[in-house]
Design a protein around this ligand. Structure first.
Ligand SMILES: [Zn+2]
Ligand SMILES: [Zn+2]
Ligand SMILES: [Zn+2]
Length: 430
C-alpha cells in the first residue's frame, strides 16, 4: 500500500514525529484522506445518520433486534454488524441502564478491530495505531482514576462480546484513545461521533495551522488552508483557537502534554483583541481586569458542567447574568463574552427561539472573523447558522449573503465538491 505523494513522515525537532510536505500544496488543495480505523455514531444522532456510513437522511431502517441502530439499507447493516454486535444484545438486556461513555464505546470498537485487523490498514500509511503515544507516565491520579472508571464500564457493558487484555494493557489503550481520538462534526459543528484516524493523528499542532481536517462520511480529509512549500511541516490545530494564549497552552498541556511554540504563542499578537477591555472615561484597574478574567474562566467551566443537569432556561440565565457582569469590564468582542453568547445561541437554537439565536449570532460573527484564522470551520459554521436562520425568517437577501460567506470558506476547507456545499447551494435557490 503506497503512501500519498508529496508527504513524508519525519522527526520534527522537539515535537517527536510529524508530517512534512515534499512538494508544493496550493490553498484548498487536498493533502490526503484517511478512512476511520474505527468509529462510532454518537447516541444523540441515532436515527438521523446511518450508523455505518454516517449518511444523513430521513427514513433510515432500524436494527430489528435492538431497534436502536439505524441504516441506509441491508448492505450498511451487514457492513456494520462486526461492530454493532458488540452493543446490540447488550443494549437489549440493559435497556435504559445501558450507558457507556463515548470513550468506552470507541475503545471497545478499537479493541475489536485490532483483533480482526492484523495487517496494516489503509488508515495507517504513515502511522499505525500500535505506535500511538499514550503519555501514561504523565497522567496524574485524577486522570488515572477516570481511566479505571472507563475500564470498569468496559467490563460492565461489553463483557459478553469482547475478550480482554489485562488491566495494564487496557489502561494503555484508553490513554492512547484520550490523546489520539478525534470527534467527527457536521457542517454546523454539531457532534456526530468519535473516531480513530491514525494518519491524521501523526500531524503536530499549531495555533496557526496550515491544514484543516473535515469529514466525508467516516473518512477524514486534510486540506491546505495556507500554501505549503516543500520541506515545511504540516500542522493542524487540536483545539478551539478562539481563546488567548494562556488558555490554549493550559488546554494543550492538560490534554496533549506539550507546550506550543507556534508564532501566535510566541508573539501573542491576537491576545489584546481577544481580551479587549471597554474604553471608559474611568477605565477599570488592572486588578479588576485580572479578577474578571478569573471570573470568566470559572463561569466557562461552571457552565460546561451545568449543561449536564440544568434546564435550558436556567442555562440561559447563567449566560445572561455572566454577560451582564463581564460587560462592565469587557468589550462585546472579548472572547469570554463571545463564549457565553455562543452558548446562549446554542440554547436558543435548541429551544427554537430563532430571533434569540439570531440576536446572539449577529453579535458573534464579526469578532469571530477577527479572532480566528482566515479559513476557520468555526467562522464558516457561524455564517451557515446565521444564513439558515435568516432564510427561515424569510430574510432572503441577508440570508443569501451569509450562506455565500459560509460557502467561500467551505470551498477551501471542505473542497468545492463536498456534499455539504451542494446542500447549501440548494438552499440558496429556494
Ligand atoms: Zn449507510
Ligand atoms: Zn441492533
Ligand atoms: Zn500555539
Amino acid at each position: 500500500m503506497g503512501q500519498p505523494e508529496g508527504l513524508e513522515r519525519f522527526d520534527s525537532q522537539g515535537k517527536g514525529r510529524g508530517l512534512r510536505a515534499t512538494r508544493h500544496f496550493a490553498l484548498g488543495e487536498l493533502l490526503f484522506t484517511c478512512p476511520a480505523y474505527s468509529y462510532v455514531l454518537t447516541v444523540n444522532e441515532r436515527g438521523n445518520h446511518c450508523e455505518y456510513c454516517f449518511t444523513r437522511k430521513e427514513g433510515l431502517s432500524k436494527c430489528g433486534k435492538c431497534k436502536q441502530a439505524f441504516y441506509c439499507n441491508v448492505e450498511c447493516q451487514k457492513g456494520d454488524w462486526l461492530m454493532h454486535k458488540l452493543e446490540c444484545s447488550s443494549m437489549c438486556s440493559y435497556g435504559e441502564k445501558w450507558s457507556p461513555s463515548e470513550t468506552v464505546r470507541i475503545t471497545a470498537r478499537l479493541l475489536a478491530k485490532q483483533k480482526t485487523q492484523t495487517e496494516r490498514s489503509a488508515s495507517e500509511r504513515f502511522l499505525s495505531v500500535k505506535e500511538f503515544e499514550s503519555h501514561l507516565d504523565k497522567l496524574d491520579n485524577e486522570k488515572k482514576e477516570l481511566i479505571q472508571n472507563d475500564i470498569a464500564a468496559l467490563h460492565h457493558f461489553y463483557s459478553k462480546n469482547l475478550h480482554y487484555s489485562d488491566n495494564a494493557t487496557l489502561e494503555f489503550v484508553f490513554a492512547q484513545v484520550n490523546c489520539n481520538g478525534f470527534t467527527i462534526e457536521d457542517e454546523e459543528l454539531s457532534h456526530l461521533g468519535s473516531a480513530i484516524f491514525p494518519d491524521v493523528a501523526l500531524m503536530n499542532h499549531s495555533c496557526c495551522p496550515n491544514v484543516i481536517v473535515t469529514y466525508k462520511g467516516t473518512t477524514a480529509e486534510v486540506r491546505a488552508v495556507q500554501k505549503i512549500n516543500p520541506g515545511e511541516e504540516v500542522f493542524t490545530s487540536y483545539i478551539d483557537l478562539l481563546y488567548p494564549t494562556e488558555d490554549r497552552q493550559d488546554r494543550l498541556l492538560d490534554s496533549y502534554f506539550f507546550t506550543c511554540d507556534c508564532k501566535e504563542c510566541a508573539t501573542k499578537q491576537k491576545d489584546p483583541a481577544k481580551l479587549e477591555i471597554r474604553k471608559l472615561s474611568d477605565p477599570p484597574s488592572s486588578q479588576s481586569v485580572r479578577d474578571m478574567i478569573k471570573y470568566a474562566r470559572n463561569v466557562v467551566e461552571e457552565f460546561r458542567r451545568a449543561k449536564h443537569y440544568k434546564t435550558p432556561s436556567e442555562l440561559l440565565e447563567i449566560c445572561e447574568l455572566s454577560l451582564d457582569k463581564m460587560g462592565s469590564v469587557f468589550e462585546e468582542s472579548n472572547v469570554y463574552m463571545l463564549h457565553m453568547m455562543y452558548q446562549a445561541m446554542g440554547i436558543c437554537l435548541y429551544t427554537q427561539d430563532w430571533e434569540g439565536a439570531l440576536k446572539y449570532g449577529e453579535k458573534i460573527i464579526k469578532p469571530y472573523s477577527k479572532h480566528y484564522p482566515p479559513y476557520s470551520l468555526n467562522v464558516a459554521s457561524m455564517w451557515l447558522k446565521l444564513g439558515r436562520l435568516y432564510m427561515g425568517l424569510e430574510r432572503k437577501t441577508i440570508g443569501i449573503k451569509s450562506l455565500k460567506k459560509a460557502i467561500a470558506i467551505m470551498e477551501i476547507a471542505h473542497g468545492a465538491d463536498h456534499h455539504y456545499i451542494a446542500e447549501v447551494k440548494k438552499e440558496l435557490e429556494q
